[in-house]
Ligand binder design. Structure first.
Ligand code: PLP
Length: 345
């Protein structure tokens, strides 16, 4: 696919900002090029604009090349940049499959880019034919697939994703924010195969680092080059780079958290199955469970009164009657159980 052809003309023509730290590379003793404060605070210097030390470690962990990585201020920054790279306001459009993560629509709305929604089927799987029909336009620039999907928790069928990758004539973004909780395979190792594929992952979930705001995008070099062209020069601050490098030293800890969360997911599923006001527990490949109950608004308010906050998704398409419950610590989950046992329908 000709990726350049999909890019907005103004971005193709853009001469990006050249920062002091990217203009000079190499060893030096005296840096008088960036108008920094020269007195050492530990933070007086601008950070590496391309975060190579961190990318090297992530590349090792994920089994990809560092040149195939873009790091953003959360995956939300990558979503925003994709819209600004590829979508001409009021001309191009993106495709999303609701119910899904809300930021795709918000970012499109901010960018004044039309969004065409092709709802998931009632089994929460993509309607491939409808997506391809909608996507049969030179203005269809981005297709967002959330896998596992938020808020439904399920994984998308691999054959369907492959069909979309083969046949959609724009960029396919697979948001794998929850992939570490899934037994299904990531598509990250397919980026060499598809030049129109972008994989999003994040440090916000399994790594326990939502507070440092660090998201990852994996793609072939031309798309990574576009991200780097439009991103703010120092988009990942030094504290974030350091915290992530520190966390990456202890992958066992991440795995241990994931295992505990998966164990608790089963405990919660078993608990919910015993409640007569629970109508349906949807299978989950993520760190949350979508559950259909008799009166979601009433249960939601009841839990808030008990100082327990879950997400009310009952007004969302295909999620009638549903609450989304994140997996907590065993202690937190016990509190949830006690409250839910006390609940009178
Ligand atoms: C599917 C999905 N993608 C991305 C994000 C946001 O990730 P980040 O914290 O990296 O911006 C979320 C957060 O809930 C999410 O559910």
């Amino acid at each position: 696919m000709n990726i350049e052809q999909l890019v907005r003309p103004n971005i193709r023509a853009l001469k990006p900002y050249s920062s002091a730290r990217s203009e000079f590379k190499g060893e030096a003793e005296v840096f008088l090029d960036a108008n920094e404060n020269p007195f050492d605070t530990g933070y007086n210097r601008y950070p590496d604009p391309l975060q190579w030390a961190l990318k090297d470690r992530i590349a090792e962990l994920k089994g990809v090349r560092p040149e195939h990585i873009f790091l953003g201020n959360g995956s939300d920054e990558a979503i925003d940049l994709l819209l600004r790279i590829f979508c001409e306001p009021q001309e191009d459009f993106i495709i999303t499959l609701p119910p899904t993560y809300g930021m795709y629509k918000v970012s499109a709305d901010i960018a004044d880019v039309e969004i065409k929604e092709v709802p998931l089927r009632p089994n929460f799987q993509p309607d491939v034919d409808a997506i391809l029909t909608t996507g049969a336009s030179p203005h269809a620039k981005l297709l967002f697939l959330c896998n596992p999907n938020n808020p439904t928790g399920n994984s998308l069928n691999t054959d369907k994703v492959e069909q979309l990758l083969d046949q959609f004539n724009g960029v396919v973004v697979i948001d794998e924010a929850y992939i570490d909780f899934s037994a299904k395979k990531s598509f990250i190792h397919r980026i060499e195969e598809f030049d129109n594929l972008v994989i999003l992952q994040t440090f916000s979930k399994a790594w326990g680092l939502a507070g440092i705001r660090l998201g990852m995008a994996f793609a072939q070099k031309p798309i990574i080059a576009l991200f780097n062209k439009v991103k703010p020069p120092y988009n990942i601050n030094q504290l974030t780079q350091q915290a992530a490098l520190e966390a990456l030293k202890n992958q066992e800890q991440q795995q241990a958290w994931v295992n505990r969360i998966l164990g608790q997911r089963t405990v919660i599923q078993q608990f919910l199955a015993g409640l007569d006001y629970v109508e349906r527990i949807f299978p989950s490949d993520a760190n949350f469970i979508l559950v259909k109950v008799k009166d979601p608004n009433d249960l939601y308010r009841y839990l808030v009164d008990k100082k327990i906050i879950v997400r009310n998704r009952s007004s969302v398409l295909l999620c009638d009657g549903c609450l989304r419950i994140s997996i907590g610590t065993p202690k937190e989950n016990e509190k949830l159980f006690a409250a839910m046992l006390d609940y009178d329908v």
